[in-house]
Design a protein around this ligand. Sequence first.
Ligand SMILES: [Zn+2]
Length: 405
Amino acid sequence: MTSEAEPAAKMPRFAPKLLIVGGAAALVLLLLVGGLGWWLWPSAPVSPRAKTLVHKDAVPAVATASAAVSASSAAAAASEVAVAAASAPVAESPASAPLQTHDAGDVPPQPAQAQAAPPADEAPLDRLQRRLGQVLGARGEVNTALGGEWRVVTRAVPVSRTTQDAPQRQVPMPAAGHAAAAVHWTYEGRGGPQAWGHMKPEFHACANGQRQSPIDIRDGLSLELEPVLFDYHPSRFGVIDTGHTVQVNLAPGNSIDINGRRYELLQFHFHRPSEERINGRQFDMVVHLVHKDAEGRQAVVAVLLERGAAQPLLQAVWNNLPLEKGEEAKARSLIDLSELLPSERGYYTYMGSLTTPPCSEGVLWVVMKQPVQLSSAQIDIFSRLYPMNARPIQQASGRLIKQSQ
Ligand SMILES: [Zn+2]
C-alpha cells in the first residue's frame, strides 16, 4: 500500500517546479522568436545589414548557372556579373561557354535548377541565410531568375523585379546581343571555320561553295603547261596586322602573266601552317601572293615555306611589323618579290576560292611545287602573332588539277 502511495504523494510536489522551469523556457523562446521576427521584418525593404548576407559563392555561381538558362533571363541574371567580372570583351577569344569569365574559370559548372534544394550538409548559418533569402525573395528583393542561387541585390545597380523587362536594359553582354552583331571570324572556337558560312549572308560560299580552297593537291594531270611569267620589281611596301594574318601591301607595278592574261600583284600574306597540302603533306608556312586582272578576276600564287635557311625578304617584312593592329606601317626600304620565288618554277594549278571569308570562288590558284626556306627564328616570330591561321582542307569534289612537268 505504502509502496504504491509514495509516488502518487510525491508527484504534486514536483509539478510546480516543472511548470516554473517550463514557463521560463517558453518565455525565453518567445523572446528569441520575437527578436528574430523583428530582425527578419524590419521597416525598410532591405537593411544595410541584409545586403552583406549575399552568399559568398553567389557571384561565380551566377556566372556559370546563367550560362545554362535562356539568353533573356541570363541578361538579367548576369547584369552585375557582366559589369564586375566579365567586362573584358570575348569576341575574339575562342570562348567555349557564352559567359566564361576569368573569375569564373575555376568554378565547376553548376546546372541551373528551378528551385534550390537545400544541400544535405548545409551548415546552420547557411540554412538561415538561405531561408532569409527566400523570405526576401518573396518580397521581390531577390532576383529569382538566378535559378539555383539567391542573392540580395544591392542598391548600387538597380535590377528589375521581374525578368520580363530585362531585355530592354542595355547591358554589355558578350554572350547575347554583342555576340550576334560583332563576332569576328577566327580560326578556332565559336568564330571558327565551321561557323564562317553562317555569320553573314555574304559569307554563304564558305559553307555552301562547291569549289573551295584550300585542298589537298594530288592526282594532278601532268602536262606541258605554259610557264607563269613573273614581272616583279623592287617596290615600296607597307605591313599591316589585319587581325587574321600579317599582310604586305605593295605599290603598283608588279604583275604575272598566265596564258596571256595579266594579273596585278596587290598584296601578299602568310598562313601557318600551310593551308594547301601536297599529297597530304603540310608545310611550316605559306605565302599567298594575291593578284587581280583588269576584269577583277583573282589569281593567287602560293609559295610554300619550310624550315631551313633564313629568308632575307621575309626578314625585311618582319622588321617592319607594325606595333598596332589594323594600321599599315610604311617601310622605308624596297622589296623585290622575285627574291621570294623558288628557283624551280614548276607549279600546280586548279580553280578554287579565297581561303578566308567571304570565300569567293572563281580564283585561279598557282601553287609552286618547290618550297622556299625560312629560319626557325623567322617562323617563331610569326607564331608569336599567329600560331595557327590555316583554314582546314576542303573537298576537291572531282575538280581538275593540272601540274607542270
Ligand atoms: Zn591566304
